[in-house]
Design a protein around this ligand. Structure first.
Ligand code: NAP
Ligand code: MG
Length: 408
């Protein structure tokens, strides 16, 4: 069988532990037999990041910017325990944070849904995608304990020395205070990334904040989203047949739980942190959550939402064939290949990515799945076809079962 060609490469960012082990198996069994794969390879394993003084992370981010598409394996974020375990020279920042800072992107998380695993929210018919702003607010806050009576003020000193002050509170006794900020340009870029994703995926876009209470702060988010929509995306949304909808965050939460899903929910930083965990667990499993970083300039980096599955890796090192779920890793590859195909106009590659995704879904829906899903699946939980019996597989057997369906 002739291999499917690629016009341009994607940036490939290899990673750590169990996901690194499965990365190689996914490529060997599910991609290389079918595609004449072109990648620019960057080894983001912890040891190589340490050896290159983390230059490799920035080089990989630059490659994603240049090539327009990247695919990334999960990576260890170093901490004291990992420094000891790997004998690191020093602690480096999370590669995801480094890449996000260079691409200036927004992360979109989307569950992979299968008929045999029903979401906890019974009305959901289509996945809900979360778009999380990744800059500022409480994640870049200044905080202080107030030890007793006194006034706390916000002071803005302009570069020409002019001062403005607002009283936060007159304290009668001890308490706490926090200062948070955001930047117009970061909010605009967040909005742009959300509209780009919504138009591409043809998903209605919701944005929610609390501008009734926070008239200046959340009010600015609402105003800038609206400005980006009116100036840059109104026509593109109309062409894609999608709507933009702003509502209060509490109204959004109520609608999400009563609704049918099938939209992109743009969230401020903290809301996105909390709501993406809610959506992931209500949809089924962390191992079935895909993640893509979209930059405001339209560059895409695909990955699985989960980490390196450390405990499985230690068991694999002892010779066990673990039942780690590679679905989100496979979808990271199909996401990157279909984006590459779209940019290059290569229909055959797009078709392959679609067939590989369909093969993964069919394998699971026909009862062959990894242990994490076997626990959740089946008629007992109200999903799937009671005639299909569930066969738990290890990762290698599962990838083999997908390959068998892909070849026919
Ligand atoms: P994790 O690797 O996502 O794993 C947490 C638990 O979730 C696992 O122990 C496993 O549960 C389950 N799980 C996750 N993915 C699974 C899969 N594909 N198949 C089956 N079960 C899966 O998170 P972590 O243990 O907190 O972090 C491990 C390392 O990953 C850390 O060093 C962290 O820095 C890194 N990390 C990287 C990224 C990234 O690169 N994007 C994201 C998060 C974390 P059971 O043990 O019950 O089977
Ligand atoms: Mg969180």
């Amino acid at each position: 069988m002739a291999l499917i060609g690629m016009k341009n490469p994607v940036a490939e960012l290899d990673g750590d532990e169990m996901t690194r082990v499965l990365w190689a198996v996914v490529k060997e069994k599910l991609i290389l037999p079918f595609v004449d794969l072109k990648t620019e390879y960057y080894d983001l394993s912890l040891m190589n990041r340490d050896a290159t003084d983390d230059a490799v992370s920035a080089e990989a981010a630059a490659a994603i910017l240049r090539l327009g598409v990247g695919v990334k394996c999960a990576t260890i974020t170093s901490n004291a325990a990992r420094q000891e375990e790997y004998g690191l020279r020093k602690l480096h920042p999370s590669p995801n944070a480094t890449i996000r800072a260079i691409l200036d992107g927004t992360v979109f998380r989307r569950p992979i849904t299968v008929s045999c695993i029903r979401p906890s929210v019974v009305t959901w018919k289509a996945p809900i995608v979360i778009g999380r702003h990744a800059y500022g607010d409480v994640y870049k806050a200044a905080e202080m304990e107030v030890e007793g009576p006194g006034r706390v003020e916000l002071v803005y000193t302009r570069v020409d020395g002019v001062e403005r002050r607002v009283t936060v509170a007159d304290f009668n006794g001890p308490g706490i205070v926090q200062g948070i900020h955001n930047l117009d340009e970061s909010i605009r870029n967040f909005a742009r990334s959300c509209f780009i994703y919504a138009v591409q995926e043809k998903l209605p876009l919701w944005f929610a904040a609390k501008d009734t209470i926070s008239k200046t702060y959340d009010g600015r988010f609402k105003a800038l989203f609206n400005e980006v929509y009116e100036r840059e995306f109104r026509d593109r949304c109309a062409e894609a047949g999608i709507s933009y909808f702003y509502t209060l965050i509490d109204d959004a939460v109520a609608r999400v739980v009563k609704g049918e899903g099938g939209f992109l929910w743009a969230c401020k930083n903290y809301d996105g942190d909390v709501m993406s965990d809610m959506i992931a667990s209500a949809s089924g499993s962390l191992a079935m959550m895909t993640s893509v970083l979209v930059s405001p300039s339209g560059v895409f980096e695909y990955e699985a939402a989960h980490g390196t599955v450390q405990q499985h890796y230690y068991r694999w090192q002892k010779g066990e064939k673990t039942s780690t779920n590679p679905a989100a890793l496979i979808f990271a590859w199909t996401g990157a290949l279909s984006k590459r195909a779209e940019l290059d106009g290569t229909a055959e590659l797009a078709d392959f990515a679609g067939r590989l995704e369909a093969a993964v879904l069919r394998t699971i829906e026909e009862g062959e799945m990894t242990g994490d899903l076997a626990k959740l699946a089946g008629a007992a939980r109200g999903g799937g076809n009671p005639a299909v019996s569930i066969k738990p597989l290890d990762s290698w057997e599962f990838i083999g079962a997908v390959a068998a369906r892909l070849s026919v």
